[in-house]
Design a protein around this ligand. Structure first.
Ligand SMILES: CC(C)(COP(=O)(O)OP(=O)(O)OC[C@H]1O[C@@H](n2cnc3c(N)ncnc32)[C@H](O)[C@@H]1OP(=O)(O)O)[C@@H](O)C(=O)NCCC(=O)NCCS
Length: 209
């Protein structure tokens, strides 16, 4: 297997999206929706225009067997990346392809002096949650995906140290605060709870939002 940037391969955005859709059938089979299943190649290309799209290729068959994307991200004084569109061909799952893709992603992130990599997944996608935990991501947030109508975990992979994010306690506190805020304010279908609406009304009257 070799991993390279999409632009350095013979594959196109349409090929990568086809692989993503095939891989994300796992979501549908588990009763989960994903906006990726409705993407067009043009939308995928547009959404990854400033990103690094990595592809894993089986060197014997020259088949596309996996992909992931690192999108630049900024928060406060730090620069990092968002790990998105991770997908492995169904027949190649469980062989370390996704872990190898992450390794390459980390190399790209380090070469750009990124401090962190963020990633999201549905709380119901057990296989993905387990993969993230096994591969060094810490759960730091909880939010609702309005497009797909499910609660999601936000993960952080810390690249630089020392940092408060190296502390398990910090990640835990951030997660708890985010969980309580989201569960108090938001419903799973992306709407606001009664409490959320009341808080919003107060904030609006104080011109804070
Ligand atoms: C998640 C995904 C990318 C993992 O790819 P992979 O190449 O099979 O993963 P790796 O071989 O690197 O790692 C295997 C680990 O992932 C987790 N995992 C993968 N499939 C799993 C499953 N069906 N059930 C539970 N855990 C699973 C486990 O931690 C496993 O290690 P373990 O068996 O020792 O516990 C792949 O299952 C996939 O493409 N799924 C559909 C798309 C998706 O969910 N993408 C993530 C979106 S954020």
């Amino acid at each position: 297997m070799k991993i390279c940037r999409l632009q350095d391969s013979s594959f196109t955005h349409a090929d990568v999206l086809e692989l993503i859709k095939e891989s994300f059938q796992q979501w549908q089979e588990n009763g989960l929706d994903s906006v990726l299943l409705r993407y067009t190649p043009a939308e995928f290309e547009q959404n990854t225009a400033d990103a690094v799209v990595l592809v894993a290729i089986d060197t014997e068959s020259n088949e596309l067997i996996g992909t992931t994307t690192l999108v630049p991200h900024r928060s406060n004084h730090e620069v990092g990346g968002y790990h998105k569109y991770l997908a492995v061909k169904p027949s190649c799952k469980g062989k370390g392809v996704a872990s190898q893709l992450l390794k390459s992603c980390v190399e790209v992130a380090k070469s750009r002096d990124y401090s962190y990599i963020l990633s999201n997944t549905s709380v119901h996608a057990d296989w993905s949650v387990r993969w993230h935990k096994k591969n060094g991501f810490k759960i730091i947030g909880y939010f609702v995906s309005t497009a797909s109508k499910y609660f999601c975990y936000r993960f952080r992979y810390q690249l630089k140290s020392p940092s408060i994010w190296n502390s398990a306690l910090c990640a835990h506190v951030a997660f708890c605060a985010s969980y309580l805020k989201t569960r108090a304010m938001r419903t799973q279908d992306g709407g606001m709870t009664g409490f959320g609406n009341a808080v919003l009304k107060v904030f609006r009257s104080l011109k804070l939002v």
